[in-house]
Design a protein around this ligand. Structure first.
Ligand code: PGA
Length: 252
C-alpha cells in the first residue's frame, strides 16, 4: 500500500515569524492517523521548521530544490549534501515553476534526482502537462515521456525513495482543478508505467500525489480516487486550517 501524504509547497512565501506561526498552528490541529504531512519550505526555514516538528510524528520537511552538483563555485545555490546535513527528509524536484522560470529540463531534473538519492534524500518528483498538450490529447504521452526521461534509470530500491506528484500545469495556482476523472486517468497511467518498469508490488507502494488548485472544497473527491495517494498543495498549504482540512479529507 502506498503511503498517504499531504505535502505543502509554500513556494516563495512567508517571513520567518509567519512561517513559525503557520507550523505551530498546523501542529495544534489533528489529522488522520494514516496520513503523513510534509512542509515544503524555503531553504532558510528548514532547520527551524525541523526543530518545530521534532516531537511530532508523521510530519516532515521538504526543500523545494537542490543543485545537481554536490559542492562548488555555484553562488547562491544549495546542494543535496547541505539539505541532508540540515535534516531535510525530502526535496521537491522538477516542479513546473522550476522548469518554466529556471529552464530546468528533464535531463537536469534527472541529475538532481541522482544527487538527491545519493545523499539519502527522498524526492517528491513533479510532472505534468500544459493546457495545450492536454487539448491536443497528448497528456498521457507527455507525462510518460517525462517519467521515461527522469526516472526510468532508477533501480527498484531507488524508485521506492520517489514520490510522484502529478501536477497539470494548467491547474497550478489557477483555481482550475483537474476533475476527479482526469486525475484518476493520469494517476492510473503513472501507476501502469511504474508497474511496467518495476512490477506490481513496487508500483503499488509508490505514492502518487495530485497537485493543482487542491482546496478543502475539492480535496475529498480527488483524494477518493483509487490511484490518488495524496496531494501536493500550494496556496492552500499557507493557511493552517485549509491544509489540515485537506489532510482530513482522507478520512473516509
Ligand atoms: P497550487 O500549487 O495548489 O497553488 O495550485 C500546487 C503546486 O504548485 O505544487
Amino acid at each position: 500500500m502506498a503511503r498517504k501524504i499531504v505535502a505543502g509547497n509554500w513556494k516563495m512565501n512567508k517571513t520567518l515569524p509567519e512561517a513559525k506561526s503557520l507550523v505551530q498552528e498546523v501542529l495544534k490541529l489533528s489529522f488522520p492517523p494514516d496520513v503523513e504531512l510534509v512542509f515544503g519550505v524555503p531553504f532558510p526555514y528548514l532547520t527551524i521548521v525541523n526543530e518545530l516538528i521534532a516531537s511530532s510524528v508523521r510530519v516532515d520537511v521538504a526543500a523545494q530544490n537542490c543543485h545537481q552538483e554536490a559542492a562548488g563555485a555555484y553562488t547562491g545555490e544549495v546542494s543535496a549534501p547541505m539539505l541532508q546535513s540540515l535534516g531535510s527528509r525530502y526535496v521537491i524536484l522538477g516542479h513546473s515553476e522550476r522548469r518554466a522560470y529556471f529552464n530546468e529540463s528533464d535531463s537536469l531534473v534527472k541529475e538532481k534526482i541522482n544527487i538527491a538519492l545519493d545523499n539519502h534524500l527522498e524526492v517528491i518528483y513533479c510532472c505534468g502537462e500544459s493546457l495545450q498538450t492536454r487539448e491536443l490529447g497528448e497528456h498521457v504521452q507527455f507525462v510518460t515521456a517525462q517519467l521515461d526521461a527522469s526516472l526510468s534509470h532508477l533501480s527498484e530500491t531507488e524508485i521506492q525513495k520517489i514520490i510522484i506528484a502529478y501536477e497539470p500545469i494548467w491547474a497550478i495556482g489557477t483555481g482550475k482543478t483537474a476533475t476527479p476523472d482526469q486525475a484518476q486517468e493520469m494517476h492510473a497511467e503513472i501507476r501502469k508505467w511504474l508497474q511496467a518498469q518495476y512490477g506490481l508490488v513496487s508500483a503499488a507502494q509508490i505514492s502518487i500525489l495530485y497537485g493543482g488548485s487542491c482546496k478543502p472544497a475539492n480535496a475529498r473527491e480527488i483524494l477518493d480516487q483509487e490511484d490518488v495517494d495524496g496531494g501536493l498543495i500550494g496556496g492552500a498549504s499557507l493557511v493552517a486550517a485549509d491544509f489540515i482540512a485537506i489532510a482530513r479529507a482522507f478520512a473516509k
